[in-house]
Design a protein around this ligand. Structure first.
Ligand SMILES: *[C@@H]1O[C@H](CO)[C@@H](O)[C@H](O)[C@H]1NC(C)=O
Ligand SMILES: *[C@@H]1O[C@H](CO)[C@@H](O)[C@H](O)[C@H]1NC(C)=O
Length: 274
């Protein structure tokens, strides 16, 4: 869990970037992410996100995605062009699995249906960890999966809201009714170190340094480790897990569209979770 001072700093940085990021971008006359992800590429990745069958129809816009990245200038902006494209492809693949409307015989295949859902259907609980006193649940509120990364649990809604400038504990619904904040929560999760886990970003750009414990658990860098960070407790260390394979299938399709290879260690079936 991040300390107060680092949370405060990330809030400050994010607010500053959101306020002044667009001017800074204008001054440089480029926006790196829209250079990596054109509207055309975005539309060819998310072919069916606005399909009538998708509950999130009309919600996840290209403009919200691009605007949200301005709060996270390191996203897709570290390393070689291949590394940068691979990171963005990995992010888009993971959020696609989290929000997928695909099925094996779906039109255009199972991996053409990312960003179809904006909130979890039939949650099993309110995702309240009542032992967490730093981010106490508000009675009656549900911290179920919402937005591109399906942000869940009070201990994620609280700090995400603090970092991004919304009231995550009192108004968790904000994540499924404001698409800019929704994309920001996905990027916040991707960029933020939550010890003992590294950030997904650090793993994809080669900044992750495994500890002894990580090495003993086979947690070596690659897309599989990102899956482990996101949901390893439920999905990793299992041979041939369908959810893990769905995440991989999305990444393989998107890596092709970005014209990059996927890198090593796609799977987490031989990894222990954190
Ligand atoms: C979005 O969520 C907020 C926070 O709960 C709520 O106040 C607002 O009415 C919601 N807006 C819509 C359009 O649902
Ligand atoms: C690490 O991976 C190897 C196979 O590559 C496997 O035999 C071993 O059990 C794994 N270790 C752990 C801790 O899961």
């Amino acid at each position: 869990m991040a300390s107060f001072s680092s949370l405060f700093l990330s809030f400050f940085v994010c607010v500053l970037l959101c306020l002044f990021g667009s001017q800074a971008t204008e001054a440089r006359k480029i926006n790196p992410i829209s250079h990596l992800v054109s509207k055309e590429l975005f539309d060819s990745i998310f072919i069916h996100k606005d399909n009538d069958a998708c509950p999130a129809k009309g919600f996840y816009t290209y403009d919200s995605f691009i605007q949200a990245t301005r709060c996270f200038p390191k996203f897709g902006n570290i390393g070689s062009l291949i590394t940068r494209k691979r990171e963005v492809a990995a992010f888009l693949a993971q959020i696609s699995h989290e929000t997928t409307g695909g099925w094996p015989t779906a039109p255009d295949g199972p991996y053409a249906w990312g960003l179809c859902f904006k909130e979890e259907v039939s949650p099993q609980s309110n995702y309240c960890d009542s032992t967490n006193t730093q981010w106490p649940c508000v009675p009656g509120k549900s911290y179920k999966g919402r937005g591109p990364i399906q942000l869940s649990w009070n201990y994620n809604y609280g700090p995400a809201g603090k970092a991004l400038g919304f009231d995550g504990l009192n108004k968790p619904e904000t994540v499924s009714n404001n698409s800019l904040i929704a994309f920001k929560t996905g990027l916040w999760f991707w960029m933020t170190v939550q010890k003992p886990k590294p950030s997904c970003h650090d793993v994809m750009v080669g900044k992750y340094v495994p500890t002894e414990a990580d090495l003993a658990a086979n947690r070596t860098a690659g897309y599989g480790l990102v899956t482990n960070i996101i949901n390893g407790g439920l999905e990793c260390g299992i041979a041939g897990d369908g959810r893990v394979n769905d995440r991989i299938g999305y990444f393989q399709r998107y890596a092709k569209l970005f014209n990059v290879d996927t890198g090593p260690n796609l799977d987490c079936e031989n990894q222990k979770s954190f």
